[in-house]
Unconditional design. Structure first.
Length: 460
């Protein structure tokens, strides 16, 4: 039976409860595939652990050996509507049958303009009137924003933040400052980039006291590029007042504020855009990842007057805003606005309540629990322990991903149900208890195994 036939017969989640681990992990076929992969693919791909996915449905992922996992990684916070959401699949299929590609750089694609309109309508851009440029990925729209900011202001310098991740092409990797390995061997990077401390209101003094006082005049700075919630850097939520302070500082000096919402946007934090939590309106807002449920699409929504400074040919892309990716984006935005953003808020609050007690339960191991909506981070005492928890979760059938120096992130699809969240929290707590070991026994794990405690209660 082919995989397609198997799928037609038995929907994944109805087949077995999830997770369901039926082989050792990695299983025999996964091990063989990893060996094949290592012969042919670029060793630069970091690979978190040996998962070999072949099929997904909702939060369920089946691997090559037939194991079923609960997906709290979502393709690095991308599968916002879960795997193979029927409305997204239908939109992709219909669009693929109509028109797979036509370059919007050269011709007028209706669906491209519609995505631009929908994004410009939802994004809280300073001054109100916005237009949109579409690319294929996060890093592409970061590049576009650097070009636009320099072009529109005529200023050379750009400020990003320590801990930031903005991508891996030359401009964006020059803004990235989460780990030195992203720069190692690639210098010199884009000139004219400075990195500020992130997150505390007090950190904003760095601009006046260091940058403008000692390094460059404020009126030569084109843009401040900021993640409203740092992603790869460790799921760090800034202090209330930090983003608003940046907005004021930008206004004072005519600097453009660029919100990189590539990870924090598309509803993940429980608002369509994370900046909405603090009432901040950037001049440019960047989206990608979850906005098209996994189809490659990036969007740069900008103040119309900024984009209108560009003339024909200033920027473009062969594939950017490809019709199939656009169809997925429209279906995704409908689903987000139709309830998934609210679900992210509710499930995120449920998760934080359940995760926070891990700090007192394993005080040596668990150093912090933080997050907003479904951007949830648990910080451990060492990078090794974070990795061990990630592995222990994998062994239990729960997919999570490390971030920052020593944190693990939980970033499930926004479709996550109460039951799925409860199961994931229980498995995550058990993974933590295993790594904490006998020195910090989770006395409740045994009770849970005996059936005395279940679900969120077990995690909390
Ligand atoms: C905040 C942020 N910006 C930019 C990027 C780069 O996006 P992409 O991998 O699509 O190029 C990422 C990817 O993780 C990200 O999290």
């Amino acid at each position: 039976m082919t995989q397609a036939q198997a799928k037609a017969q038995v929907p994944l989640r109805e087949a077995r409860s999830v997770p369901s681990i039926v082989t050792e992990l990695p299983g025999p076929r996964a091990r063989a595939h990893v060996e094949f992969d290592h012969a042919w693919t670029s060793p630069s791909l970091p690979r978190a652990y040996p998962l070999v996915p072949v099929r997904g449905e909702g939060l369920t992922v089946e691997d090559i050996d037939g194991n079923l996992f609960l997906d709290f990684a979502a393709g690095i916070a991308v599968n916002s509507t879960g795997h193979a959401h029927p409305a997204v699949v239908r939109a992709i299929e219909e669009q693929a049958g109509e028109l797979i590609h036509f370059s919007a750089s050269d011709f007028y694609l209706p669906i491209y303009a519609e995505v631009c309109r929908r994004l410009a309508r939802t994004a809280p851009i300073a001054g109100g009137r916005a237009r949109t440029y579409l690319g294929n990925s996060g890093t592409e729209v970061v590049e576009a924003s650097i070009k636009l900011a320099r072009f529109a202001t005529g200023r050379p310098y750009v400020v990003a933040f320590l801990g930031a991740f903005h991508g891996r092409t030359y401009g964006s990797v020059s803004l990235t400052a989460s780990k030195a390995k992203y720069h190692a061997g690639f210098g010199p990077l884009l000139p004219g980039v400075f990195h500020a401390p992130y997150g505390r209101v007090d950190d904003l003094r760095w601009f006046d006291e260091v940058l403008f006082e000692r390094l460059v005049p404020a009126d030569e700075v084109a843009a401040i590029v900021v993640e409203p919630v740092q992603g790869e850097g460790g799921y760090i939520v800034p202090e209330a007042g930090f983003l608003r302070g940046l907005r004021q500082l930008s206004d004072r000096h005519g600097i453009l504020l660029v919100a990189d919402e590539i990870q924090s946007g598309a509803g993940r934090t429980g608002r369509m855009w994370a900046v909405e939590h603090w009432g901040v309106e950037p001049d440019i807002l960047l989206t990608a990842k979850g906005i098209a449920s996994g189809m490659p699409l990036g969007g740069m929504v900008a103040r119309a007057d900024l984009l209108e400074s560009w003339t024909a040919g200033a920027h473009g892309s062969t594939y950017g805003g490809n019709p199939v990716a656009c169809a997925a984006a429209l279906a995704t935005i409908d689903l987000l606005e139709g309830g998934l953003v609210e679900n992210a808020r509710v499930r995120g609050a449920q998760a934080l309540d359940a995760l926070r007690p891990l700090i007192s339960r394993h005080p040596r191991l668990v150093r912090d629990v933080r997050g907003i909506g479904l951007m949830l981070g648990v910080e451990f005492d060492t990078p090794e322990h974070a990795e061990e928890v990630q592995w222990a979760a994998f062994q239990r059938g729960l997919l999570v991903l490390e971030c920052g120096k020593r944190a693990v992130r939980l970033s499930p699809p926004l479709t996550v149900s109460d039951d799925e969240m409860t199961t994931a929290l229980r498995l995550f707590a058990a993974a933590g208890a295993e790594v904490a070991g006998p020195a910090e026994p989770d006395v409740r794990e045994e009770a849970e195994a005996a059936g005395a405690i279940t679900g969120v209660e077990a995690a909390g």
